[in-house]
Design a protein around this ligand. Structure first.
Ligand code: 5GP
Ligand code: ZN
Length: 141
């Protein structure tokens, strides 16, 4: 897609540091390197976000992740874990609207990656939890 920075990276109009490539998927180093090895995995097809994925695209994109994760683990023996993040829409911190999966290697609890999951479980009754789950189930296609 014209004016998409990641399409330009795929087409080599903008340089990048390649990590993995096949016919459908490209992975390259994120320019910010939140931690060493921070990588983005993207489909070669321009798809904006998770809401636009077809099953085949999800299959090809996500199926490459374990292979790259294991390669990182071998490349960086000091690596102790990995966060996998996929931001969708601006409110959820998506800033490039060509879908991508962040692989962020973790080296210590004090590194530069911060993620907070608030525990709001106490605010929901069992009935409300059932209704929430049912609302999602009813809309799966
Ligand atoms: P988002 O905020 O959409 O989840 O993530 C977009 C990511 O793309 C950011 O982490 C940002 O550093 C990265 N990024 C933006 N522009 C470029 C670029 O030109 N090259 C590379 N390698 N990464 C980029
Ligand atoms: Zn694109």
């Amino acid at each position: 897609m014209k004016d998409c920075i990641f399409c330009k990276i795929i087409n080599k109009e903008i340089p990048s540091y390649p990590v993995y490539e096949d016919n459908e998927v490209y992975a390259f180093l994120d320019i910010t390197q939140t931690t060493k090895g921070h990588t983005l995995v993207i489909p070669k097809k321009h798809v904006q976000d998770i809401f636009e994925y077809e099953e085949g695209l999800a299959e090809s994109l996500f199926s490459r992740v374990p292979k790259i994760a294991r390669a990182m683990e071998k490349a960086f023996p000091e690596m102790q874990g990995l966060n996998i993040i996929n931001n969708n829409k601006e409110i959820a911190y998506q800033s490039v609207f060509h879908t991508h999966i962040h692989l962020i290697p973790r080296y210590s609890k004090e590194d530069d990656f911060k993620l907070v999951f608030a525990d709001n479980g106490k605010n929901y009754s069992t009935e409300e939890m059932n209704l929430i789950a049912e609302a999602i189930r009813k809309n799966e296609e």
